[in-house]
Design a protein around this ligand. Structure first.
Ligand code: ADP
Ligand code: MG
Length: 411
């Protein structure tokens, strides 16, 4: 019994190990497929080495990789497991094939429905979630099995208790490892990000200042030159081009200055209401130009100390990105500010172009931009501002569907 248990835990650990050792924090699409393929093999191993009780009853842990894949990946990820499970079950043959087919189909349909909510939870709740789902699935399994056997012997009950206990133990072990991996990856990412912000913040203020003066001088002389009557139309074109590029350079410099140490910090103790309203008003014309409707729901009453100017600039950047993501289609940019257990939650949601996982990972890196006119400094400033108030930013995005920024600020 113990040997089988250890063997099965080893099987189930395998995908986790592969993820930690080879994929580190890059869970790309192809890595996901590799993981699912490995999990399918693991599922076969689980079925090939089942637990056999002295009484002759057998059970195995096949539903553990099944449930975990369904919860983390939804239908797309669990489909291969579903097919492998049933193909192998038919290959084994014997009685109970149809029971297994019907049961796995029900699980296949129901469990991925929980995936969306599951992913939104924090690590601890996800673990509880997975344990409860596994418990319910196992109970459900034995209830349906119970209908199969006309008279339920005490052996049947022994089996049920054994299976329940083992499933719960194993799922807890696997889930705590998975959550630990996720936690480590997130912490490391956060650390790198804040290191980067610190360096850039220190350097940028001085450099940006130094660059701004020559830019202003050059701009002035070019303007004068443009007014001259002795230059040709061609030359005028060159000057206009230079002016436009100068303007771009100035934009980058001023973007830099807004997130580096602010010149005039204006700290307030407030609920974000004024800043959100202010930014909503000043962004309205830009939104209208792009057929975007801004909708704000504000129910927060908690207060926090923050730099008003910096926070306004932060919201401007987020709103602007949301509007720009929808500029081809139009749509609604919805902003919700609510309180939840001593946290202020700010949700900014658009239905624009969205981002892939790789693009989300790039967010906040200086100069990362996919826009022709972009500076790639907006999100850097957003991360730096939210970092200053000890908040966190979660990004949820689907290509073609839209993006949600979830900012959590503890008070
Ligand atoms: P910029 O807006 O100048 O390109 P940002 O730092 O504001 O720079 O954003 C960096 C990149 O992140 C953008 O170019 C875009 O690709 C992506 N991005 C940011 N916000 C969104 C969003 N709401 N929807 C889709 N993509 C976004
Ligand atoms: Mg931007």
């Amino acid at each position: 019994m113990i040997e089988t248990l250890l063997l099965n835990v080893l099987f189930l650990l395998f995908p986790v190990l592969i993820a930690v050792i080879f994929f580190e924090n890059r869970l790309t699409k192809s890595n996901e497929y590799i993981l699912i393929s490995i999990s399918s093999v693991v599922l076969i191993f689980c079925m090939a080495f089942p637990f056999t009780l002295e009484t002759g009853f057998i059970f195995d842990l096949r539903y553990i990789p099944f449930i975990i894949a369904a919860l983390f990946g939804g239908y797309k990820m669990v489909l291969p497991l579903y097919l492998v499970l049933n193909s192998y079950r038919f290959f084994i043959g014997g009685e109970g094939i149809y029971h297994s087919l019907i049961f796995s189909t029900v699980i296949f349909i129901v469990v991925p429905l929980l995936s969306r909510r599951f992913i939104q939870q924090n690590g601890k709740s996800r673990m509880i979630y997975a344990v409860v789902v596994t418990f319910l699935v196992t109970v459900f399994y034995f209830i349906t099995l119970g209908f199969h056997y006309p008279n339920l012997t005490s052996e049947f009950w022994t089996l049920t208790v054994y299976a329940l206990v083992i499933h719960i133990i194993v799922v807890s072990i696997i889930m705590s490892l998975i959550e630990k991996v996720i936690f480590n990856v997130k912490t490391r990412e956060l650390y790198f990000r804040s290191e980067r912000l610190k360096d850039i913040g220190d350097l940028s203020a001085s450099i940006a200042h130094e660059i701004r003066n020559p830019l202003t001088v050059t701009n002035g002389f070019l303007q004068l030159l443009k007014g001259s009557k002795t230059i040709t139309a061609d030359e005028k074109g060159y000057i206009e081009f230079s002016l436009k590029e100068l303007e771009r350079a100035e934009k980058i410099v001023s973007d830099f200055l807004t997130f580096s140490k602010p010149q005039s910090a204006h700290m307030v103790y407030a609920s974000f209401k004024d800043e959100i309203t202010y930014v909503e008003n000043i962004m309205k014309p830009y939104a209208k130009m792009n057929q975007v409707d801004i909708q704000v729901h504000f129910t927060n009453s908690l207060k926090k100390k923050y730099d008003e100017n910096q926070m306004q600039q932060c919201f401007i950047n987020l709103f602007k990105n949301g509007i720009e993501a929808m500029k081809d289609t139009g749509g609604t940019l919805s902003i919700d500010v609510v309180e939840h257990k001593n946290n202020i939650i700010i949700k900014i949601k658009d239905r624009g172009v969205g981002m892939s996982c790789e693009e989300i990972a790039q967010l906040g890196k200086p100069y990362y931009s996919t826009k022709k006119e972009g500076t790639g400094l907006g999100m850097l400033m957003v991360y730096s501002t939210i970092c200053n108030v000890k908040g966190t930013i979660d990004v949820e995005s689907k290509v073609g569907k839209g993006t949600t920024f979830l900012i959590t600020i503890p008070v």
